[in-house]
Every structure is written in C-alpha cells, then in structure tokens.
Design a protein around this ligand. Sequence first.
Ligand code: HEM
Length: 233
Amino acid sequence: MTKDHQSLPGYDYGTERVGHSPVTLEDLRELEETSGLTDEDRHYLALAGEVLSDQAEDMINAWRARIGAQAHLAKWFQGADGQPDERYKAAVKPRFVQWVIDTCTRPYDQAWLDYQEEIGLRHTPAKKNATDHVQALPLVPLRYLLAFTSVVVTTTREFLARKGHSPEEVERMHVAWRPKRCCSRWLCGAALTRKGICGETTALPFGASRATTADRPQLSPSSRCLAANKRRQ
Ligand code: HEM
C-alpha cells in the first residue's frame, strides 16, 4: 500500500532526510489521550485505510478543487509569473495521496512523529518549494492549514460511505479518522509556531511591505514571510 521512496520523489518518510521532531513520543501519547484516540479507533482506522486507499486520489482531487477555486489559497501553488505551477501541483499530489494512506495505516511512532514535523515545515520557508525546486510563495499561513482541517474531516465521511459499510461502521471510521488526522495537523502546526512563522497577523509591522534588505534582519521570521508573500500578491 505504501510506495517505496524511489517511486515517489520527495516522499522521505522514515529516511535520514527527515529531521527529528522536537515533540517526544511521551508528548504524543498525551496528545493521543487528549484527543480521545482509543483501541477501538485504531481498529476502525485500519478499516478506513482499506476503504480509502483506492479513493485517496479522488479525495485529493476534491480538496484540490476547493483550493483551486479560492484565489487566496490557490496562490501558494503559483509560480513567480502568477500562473498555476502545474509541475509543482503534479509533484506534490502523490505525496498528499500517500499521506491519506499513511494517516490510516502508519503506527504512531517516531517516524510518524518526525514526518508530521516535515510536512509542517514543507508549508514554511524552511522547506516549502525545496523538494520540487519551484519558486512559489514561501509560507502557507497556519490559519489556513487549521481552517482546511474542517474540509478534510467533513468530506472524508462521504468517501468512507462509498464501500457499502453500515451507517454505524461509517460513523466509527469517521470518529477514528478525526483524532489521528487532527493530531497530524496539530503537530504540523506546532512546527510552524515553533519557527515563529504562523503568519497569523494580517497587518504588517511598520514598513514591512516596503522593507529594504537592510531592514529585513530586524523583522521577525513571521514578518519576513508576510513581507515576501505581500510582495508577490
Ligand atoms: C488540513 C490541512 C492540510 C493538510 C493535512 C495538508 C497536507 C499536506 C501534505 C501531506 C503535503 C505533502 C507533503 C510532502 O511533501 O510529503 C502538503 C503539501 C503542500 N500543501 Fe498542504 N495540507 C493542508 C492544507 C493546505 C492548505 C490550506 C494549503 C494552501 C494552498 C496547502 C498548500 C500546500 C502546498 C503549497 C504544499 C507543497 C509544499 C512543498 O513545497 O513541499 N496545504 N500538504
């Protein structure tokens, strides 16, 4: 079910190319408990993996359609010329498909923890664009990642219901999908907040949008990214 690293460029799960998450396994256990993930959820998550694995690409297409229809989201996949970068979109897509499968099938271990950090960083200037060698905007602000969680959680139900399972089984799979998926997003979000680049403020500080090279080192990482985003808007 999981493709090997050679056949999926940029998919670095479990490799030395992924850094070590600063979140510990103990933190993860506590997060798991906080989100209410139970042994029964693990069972239904495995079932969800069977149900979703051959629909994962359709799910990504549905989410991509939402992103593409909203200019304030689509711009993070645009090249320096302001046009959608189709090569970038095509390169990221199979890794996102793999994430759906991983969410259901991978154990909650160090490799999983490390890759959530990696995915978070790939939405920030620390790693965004680097995997596919593109020139898109450098930061997807945290608020959009968090807001999009609602789309990812709610739309998945429809896909879970497509394979003839009873309404109760669909509900149990959906309940199980939520905490695992949300833990993934919280950990990705934590990567952004640790870097101080949530992009949560909408107002730039004094002079940031017109910052000169000399000014830039005095700006916070968040301000620098917002300024970079602003220059390209
Ligand atoms: C619940 C919300 C989201 C989840 C779970 C998610 C997950 C992912 C995953 C798994 C990848 C592939 C990582 C890899 O290379 O292995 C990815 C990449 C990407 N996502 Fe998201 N994402 C979310 C929201 C968004 C939103 C709202 C945007 C805004 C357009 C976005 C833009 C991107 C971009 C531009 C990349 C490519 C990053 C790169 O250059 O490597 N994501 N995302």
